[in-house]
Design a protein around this ligand. Sequence first.
Ligand SMILES: [Cu+2]
Length: 106
Amino acid sequence: MFRLLCAALAMCAAAQAFADQDVSLVIENHRFVPAELRVAAGQKIRIVVDNRDATPEEFESQKLRAEKVIPGKSKGVVMVGPLKPGQYSFYGEFNEKTAQGVLIAE
Ligand SMILES: [Cu+2]
């Protein structure tokens, strides 16, 4: 469900500056492309989510403890990690049947 993630925008900006690795994720036709992201374990990861659909999507993952609404035709940033090696599923809460993905930390 939607809720505010950061107490202040300044905190988000500061967190972004400390990412060790950037990865890109596209939302198109209510699917994640690629559906599988590989990242380094033990690092702070900045996922730049480019929503190319006209409708909003919510990136959500219980395992990553992340959720972020990305309006249509815009980009959003999701910070995760450092992660233990493993698989972390994520999905689009607004289009859960099609928008499914997994982040693999190794
Ligand atoms: Cu949610």
